[in-house]
Design a binder for this molecule. Structure first.
Ligand SMILES: Nc1ncnc2c1ncn2[C@@H]1O[C@H](COP(=O)(O)OP(=O)(O)OP(=O)(O)O)[C@@H](O)[C@H]1O
Length: 263
């Protein structure tokens, strides 16, 4: 696979007021460095998924803009540069697991790569389920299939919205260890939304802690731990220090929230 040029993501004055008047994002200015993994954490309903959907080009901002390597998300998506794995994996029910994953390459106008499809199925722990249809997979298995489908196009931008939500704790930890080595060598710019502080530290190079809605950045933490990260890293003082900082910033963001203070 030829290296694909790195893709920085810039959000400038990005705001989104939903049709019901809910202001999900205050104008936000953010840059996601190419080839790095950034975790977004914040209280439920603060606007994390809204931000990810705007980056994906699935929603349009009320004000401001997103640019991926200088182009609007829709243009990058049309070139197959963006892949997503969201909480609710939308697999095609009439296709087997293998064909669901292979289809992503076809839709991105990439040549078939059955070897990569099979390797990814194994890496997400679904060995032996190649010919199974989605209805016969558990929720966690479907989420893992969605991750394999996102990675099979070797995207320039990978957007993960609580991709392990329905996966058991042990498998979550194994995926958090095994998956980054798949996208890091490709220089993929990855943005991950998670409710797990440990998962954020384990997977990312940077953590943005967001306030309650409308989301603003209350802490921007570097995660300078070397890759690949074995699970034992979660027990180290450096790891625990960053996790504690993230947790403290989350709590401070909630305490400082004007909306909550007014209640
Ligand atoms: N399509 C929509 N129409 C109206 N309101 C919406 C829509 N999507 C999201 N919202 C509202 O915008 C706010 C932010 O939602 P969003 O899903 O971005 O939050 P989140 O941080 O991802 O939440 P969670 O962590 O619970 O998944 C919420 O108040 C939500 O109710």
């Amino acid at each position: 696979m030829p290296a694909r040029p790195p893709a920085p993501i810039t959000c400038t004055g990005l705001a989104r007021i939903h049709d019901n008047g809910v202001m999900a994002l205050d104008p936000l200015d953010l840059t996601f460095a190419p080839g790095r993994t950034t975790a977004l954490i914040g209280p439920s309903g603060c606007g994390k998924s809204t931000l990810l959907r705007l980056i994906a080009g699935l929603d349009r901002p009320t004000a401001g803009e997103v640019l991926i390597a200088g182009l609007p998300p829709a243009r990058q998506a049309a070139q197959g540069a963006i892949a997503m794995a969201f909480q609710d994996p939308s697999l095609l029910p009439w296709l087997t697991l293998r064909r669901n994953i292979a289809l992503a390459r076809k839709l991105a106008r990439q040549p078939a790569n059955p070897g990569l499809v099979d390797r990814l199925i194994g890496l997400v722990g679904l060995e032996g389920f190649h010919e199974t249809r989605p209805a016969a997979l558990s929720g966690g298995m479907r989420q893992r299939a969605a991750i394999a489908r996102a990675l099979v196009t070797q995207p320039r931008v990978l957007l993960l919205d609580e991709p392990f939500g329905a996966v058991d704790e042990l498998t979550r930890r194994q995926l958090a260890r095994d998956l980054p080595p798949l996208w890091q060598p490709l220089g993929t710019t990855t943005v991950l939304v998670t409710h797990s502080v440990d998962e954020a530290v384990l997977l990312s190079d940077r953590i943005l802690v967001l306030s309650p809605r409308p989301a603003r950045v209350v802490a921007d933490l570097a995660v300078p731990l070397p890759h690949p990260r074995a699970l034992q890293v979660t027990e180290t003082p450096a790891f625990r220090r960053i996790a504690a900082q993230a947790l403290a910033a989350l709590a401070q963001g909630v305490a400082d929230s004007p909306a909550l203070a007014a209640q």
